[in-house]
Design a protein around this ligand. Structure first.
Ligand code: NAP
Length: 256
């Protein structure tokens, strides 16, 4: 097995990279950056519900990286469902060939959920529906990919959890979002402890100019001065390329 802390600053190797929530916002920005650092014949799985947006990205990515002959798949699924998670794992299985050197799973898809006082949430179905995308799907998807790419000599394994400062800090009226991000942080800390061959990072990307941030502004009237997504994506890329963070770490854009 390759040393999970080994550093090779300019490449992610010949990889299979799965990015959830790749159709817009941070996931989209990250997909463009990741594609530049994957070696020829790597595989990129773009996962989201908006098929036409994914298809457009696929065409742009393939023409921008022609020499690398990237295999790009659009996985048009709803990750709130078992079928959505299963379909993503099924497509990854097709592509997870023996020559793959790096499995890179970016659990990015998330939603804001209802911003409302605690006592609003009397309906467990509403809460479960929120948690299905934001907590259950990254757990089930990561478990599925772990099963199909077991630890072997020469295989680097990285999992990124898109987190938030609200994984660590309680904010009134944000019970759904804070709960999900805190649960994800613990989920991936457990993974880091359990699977020594997997390098796990929870990355809090800072406020970014995305649909989610526009929704926050509309609902709260608070302007968080968001930055362009590519700035935060570049910092995450540097962390992945340098590969010298501790597995299980929770790192914030403003601290690295
Ligand atoms: N934006 C910020 O300021 C900020 C700050 C801190 C942390 N974050 C975190 O960073 C990550 C990215 O945020 P973002 O602002 O880029 O979010 P965003 O603009 O809302 O994009 C969310 C992505 O997730 C996908 N998605 C949503 N529901 C889905 C579902 N049921 N199944 C499959 N895909 C689904 C969306 O695509 P489809 O609609 O096509 O499915 C989209 O590609 C999230 O984890 C967020 O919590 C963001």
């Amino acid at each position: 097995m390759s040393d999970i802390n080994s550093t090779n600053p300019r490449t992610l190797g010949r990889g299979i990279c799965i990015i959830t929530g790749a159709s817009s916002g941070f996931g989209q920005a990250l997909a463009y950056q990741v594609s530049c650092y994957l070696e020829p014949r790597s595989v990129l799985l773009l996962v989201a519900r908006s098929g036409p947006l994914l298809q457009e990205m696929k065409e742009e990515l393939q023409s921008a990286t022609e020499e690398q002959q990237l295999v790009v798949h659009c996985v048009t699924v709803d990750l709130r469902t078992k079928e959505g998670v299963d379909e993503t794992v099924r497509l990854a299985r097709q592509e997870a060939v023996d020559e793959i050197e790096h499995v890179l799973l970016i659990n990015n898809a998330a939603s804001l959920g209802d911003i409302a006082k605690f006592e609003t949430f009397t309906n467990p179905d509403e809460v479960n529906s929120y948690l299905s995308l934001n907590v259950s799907s990254p757990l089930a998807l990561t478990a599925g990919i772990l099963q199909l790419c077991p630890c072997r000599l020469g295989l680097r394994w990285s999992v990124v959890n898109l987190s938030s400062k609200f994984a660590l800090q309680a904010l009134p009226s944000w019970v759904l979002y804070c709960t999900a991000k805190a649960a994800r942080n613990m989920m991936f800390s457990v993974l880091a402890k359990e699977q020594q061959h997997v390098k796990v990072l929870s990355y809090s990307p800072g406020p970014m100019d995305t649909d989610m941030q526009k929704e926050i502004l509309r609902l709260t009237n608070v302007n968080h001065n968001p930055m362009p997504c590519h700035e935060s994506a570049a910092k995450l890329m540097k962390l992945l390329l340098d590969n010298n963070f501790s597995s299980g770490a929770h790192l914030d854009f403003f601290d690295v």
